[in-house]
Write a protein that binds this ligand. Structure first.
Ligand code: GDP
Ligand code: MG
Length: 177
């Protein structure tokens, strides 16, 4: 981690979107603070958290925005998307409905965001394999069709959370350079 006062070369805004309870806030807690909580009550009042990492010898501050409980369709305001260079589009692999809503979220995202926006589709809660209701293949196929990156994560077990953010941030880095 970078110490206070270290020079930051880039600040990249990344937004988290997707249905309520898919694990957005816990993915953020895992990435920003390496924390996880099973009884996460809606994150009230926190707009974003940051983590600074090094990408190709440059210091990149990721500013990750969380919806704080506005996850209804069209309830997320355009200010939330403004300036975002990356997006994590999250569903829960055990909740089919959260995957079925992804095209809507994608449409909303694309109507608000930068045309070069880098999007990662995330199937979270991969630790709950016995309750899976969305196959990896279905999600992969959708991601390919829409030109999205795709990973399954577990915020609980810290699986692929860093990889998901690093993939998006590295891609954004390539685009701005
Ligand atoms: P949000 O509404 O999308 O922000 O969802 P939260 O981050 O608040 O998570 C909703 C619930 O799912 C909480 O009880 C979390 O502890 C739980 N949760 C989040 N991520 C995971 C995960 O990877 N695995 C499991 N088993 N539970 C998770
Ligand atoms: Mg939340």
């Amino acid at each position: 981690a970078a110490a206070a006062g270290d020079k930051v070369d880039y600040v990249f805004k990344v937004v988290l979107i997707g249905d309520s309870a898919v694990g957005k806030s816990q993915i953020l807690a895992r990435f920003a603070r390496n924390e996880f909580s099973l009884d996460s009550k809606a994150t009230i009042g926190v707009e974003f958290q940051t983590r600074t990492l090094v990408i190709q010898h440059k210091s990149v501050k990721a500013q990750i925005w969380d919806t704080a409980g506005q996850e209804r369709y069209r309830a997320v305001t355009s200010a939330y998307y403004r300036g975002a260079l990356g997006a994590m589009l999250v569903y829960d692999i055990t909740k089919r409905q959260s995957f079925d809503h992804i095209p809507r979220w994608l449409e909303e995202l694309r109507s608000h965001a930068d045309k070069n926006l880098v999007i990662m589709l995330i199937g979270n809660k991969s630790d709950l394999e016995d309750q899976r209701s969305v196959s990896t293949e279905d999600a992969k196929e959708f991601a390919q069709k829409e030109g999205l990156f795709f990973l399954e994560t577990s915020a609980m077990q810290a699986t692929n959370v860093d990889s998901a953010f690093i993939t998006v941030l590295t891609e954004v880095f390539q685009i701005v350079n």
